[in-house]
Design a protein around this ligand. Structure first.
Ligand code: 6PG
Length: 268
């Protein structure tokens, strides 16, 4: 690892020389969170998104030692955002995780809580929120101490070069939705256009949020999201990720971290 900022106010920034080191440390981090949640609650609720981080994690977690040591049977998997396409479509985030991250024999379909892909984006988002509400009632998913939001043990996010996280895009009205747990877009700037997404209050109610950003195309957004740049881009989605009672951890490679203001960063 090139550098890891000290934790301050529930935020930590980890920067890696190369992807191999990043994926090894990320897998270890997820394994530790899984172990802690299972010990405390008897289950691990994790929400995934799409993008490169799924394959990156899968290259570690589907192999020894994790294939044997993780409590896969106690994992419950959700999607922080999903493209409204059939589950066997190449654009599906469910398919991405099923094919590249979750070991088939160890994670049963009943542990994968995904959208109903036969519905419209609006109906799928309403149905998904209803499903999560049922699972909060049974405490399979925890509940926030400060709001009525679900408290996922971990929400894993990538970040686009425009600073979007999940399917919360900059300058999009979806960012203003603080009422719902799950909402939808039909005009996503990144294809495909129809998606469902957790709202920002749900992301910020999680016990742990991890944001992974890799490559030089992310450097500007990483700088705006992490550095203290005053009121510049206050509504950049990645900058709005601030878990209320949870911990935020950034995993960056050195290219994504290349525009960070090192002084401000090191004081994190
Ligand atoms: C999606 C993804 C998306 C992704 C980022 C980062 O459904 O489009 O959830 O938000 O996580 O765009 O992707 P990369 O890491 O592949 O750049």
């Amino acid at each position: 690892m090139a550098f890891s900022g000290a934790e301050k106010e529930g935020k930590e920034v980890k920067i890696y020389e190369n992807l191999d080191d990043l994926k090894i440390d990320l897998a270890e981090y997820v394994a530790e969170l899984s172990e802690a949640a299972v010990k405390e609650r008897g289950t691990f609720s994790v929400a995934l998104s799409g993008g490169s981080l799924i394959g990156l994690m899968g290259r570690e977690l589907r192999h020894p030692p994790y294939i044997e040591t993780l409590d896969w049977a106690l994992w419950h998997i959700f999607w922080a955002d999903e493209r409204v396409v059939p589950k066997n479509h190449p654009d599906s985030n469910y398919k991405l995780a099923k094919d590249n991250l979750l070991p088939k024999v160890l994670v049963l379909p009943s542990q994968m809580h995904s959208i109903n892909d036969s519905l419209s984006a609006k109906e799928a988002s309403e149905g998904y929120e209803f499903l999560i509400r049922q699972l909060v009632k049974t405490r399979l998913v925890g509940v926030s101490e400060t709001s009525d939001c679900p408290k996922f043990d971990l929400i894993l996010l990538g970040m686009g070069s425009d600073g979007h996280v999940a399917s919360l895009f900059p300058n999009h009205s979806v960012l203003d939705n603080t009422e719902d747990w799950v909402t939808y877009v039909t005009d996503s700037p990144k294809p495909p256009p129809e998606r469902i997404t957790f709202t920002m209050p749900v992301i910020n109610a999680a016990a742990n949020v991890v944001v992974v950003a890799i490559g030089s195309s992310k450097a500007d957004a990483v700088h705006l999201a992490i550095d203290d740049v005053g009121h510049e881009c206050p509504s950049l989605p990645a900058k709005m990720v601030k878990p209320t009672n949870g911990k935020l951890t950034w995993f960056l490679d050195k290219l994504a971290a290349s525009k960070l203001d090192s002084c401000a960063h090191k004081s994190e």
